[in-house]
Design a protein around this ligand. Structure first.
Ligand SMILES: [Fe+2]
Length: 348
């Protein structure tokens, strides 16, 4: 397992100044000297997030970075004696896995409940969403008129035969999408949808979301189902090759006239074995502050979850959209059924 450790003690003065002096920590939580954060995020902006917390509270942040599922395994094997206080990872389906493994503690915070919309956090506070990604349709601007696009359901229409690109069904992003479809449409219609969608695949699923986007640009298919931030990475890239790819593509938010675009989260929760739970909750509250929200979401070109936080200017160009109102905590519970449905439908 590739792990990197970093400490954030002295950086982030400018960030702290931006936060203002109003969000100082309560004395009870300040008793902890260090918080250990296990994170699958690895963006430069995260340094500012963590060091500003230290600046405000005097609590050092010991960061351990690793891959998503590996971090869960590590937490499990360390058990009650492990050092972790907070887990930061992506996808509500994966946070559900952490929850099922008994790794996360219930927590309550009126600050978090007030700032984070109800559909983007766990009902008992086991985890909270701190940024949001949409699973969108990226289309070829040469070959597709966005007026032809409407819903996820419509991607199963025979008119898209050999045109659809999407990664494997076992990837958590697709598992969560199918899990949401089960809730929205019912299991039977979701299975029919999957089977018809597979018939429209341009190729056997391979690669990640970026590979699907690139395959639209190269003409292998016309539409890619992918997370919004992958297109943004190409749009913002300094590499002329990426820029040329991005120019060929548009982003479409499905289901605007029905149940809304499927969204997922980057989230965090307090680790069950933490001996610093009060300070850990304060750390989560820190992530929900407007200044931290800007860094947290922009680190990966995602949408902030807290209302009133300005969108990244490039992301803003794609406009606002109606998101599904479903609580993202249901994805995990439907995930086993979603995997079976995709499997029977032949979605590799
Ligand atoms: Fe991703």
């Amino acid at each position: 397992m590739k792990i990197s450790r970093r400490h954030f003690v002295t950086q982030g003065a400018a960030f702290t100044a931006a936060l203002g002096a109003t969000q100082l920590l309560q004395p009870a939580a300040a008793q902890a000297k260090t918080l250990t954060v296990y994170s699958s995020r690895h963006y430069n902006t995260d340094n500012a997030l963590y060091s500003s917390f230290t600046q405000q509270t005097g609590i050092k942040v010991n960061l351990l970075e690793g891959k998503d599922d590996e971090l869960l395994e590590r937490l499990k094997s360390e058990g009650a004696r492990g050092p972790a206080d907070i887990l930061v990872t992506v996808d509500a389906g994966r946070l559900w896995r952490a929850e099922q493994m008994g790794l996360l503690a219930n927590s309550s915070s009126s600050v978090l409940n007030q700032r984070i919309p109800g559909n983007l956090r766990h009902p008992q506070g086991k985890w909270y969403g701190f940024s949001k990604r949409a699973r969108v349709i990226v289309y070829s601007r040469d070959r597709v008129n966005p007026s032809q696009l409407s819903t996820y359901e419509d991607l199963a229409n025979a008119r898209w035969k050999d045109k659809i690109l999407v990664r494997t069904s076992t990837n958590i992003y697709n598992v969560s999408l199918i899990a949401a479809m089960i809730k929205q449409l019912g299991a039977g219609p979701t299975e029919k949808w999957c089977a018809a969608l597979v018939k429209n695949f341009a190729r056997s699923p391979s690669g990640n979301d970026t590979d699907q986007i690139k395959a639209v640009a190269s003409g292998e298919g016309d539409l890619a189902i992918c997370n919004s931030y992958y297109l943004l990475r190409l749009v913002k890239s300094k590499d002329p090759k990426d820029q040329a790819i991005a120019r060929k593509l548009g982003m479409f938010f499905p289901n605007q006239k029905t149940w809304g675009t499927h969204v997922n989260i980057s989230g965090a929760g307090v680790v069950n074995s933490s001996r610093n739970k009060a300070a850990a909750v304060k750390f989560l509250e820190h992530l929900s502050s407007p200044a931290a929200q800007k860094f947290f979401s922009e680190g990966n070109n995602e949408y902030p979850v807290v209302k009133g936080v300005a969108l990244d200017p490039v992301l803003k160009r794609y406009g606002s959209f109606k998101e599904a109102s479903l609580n993202v905590s249901i994805y995990g519970g439907n995930s086993a059924q979603a995997i079976k449905i995709a499997d029977r439908a032949g979605w590799k």
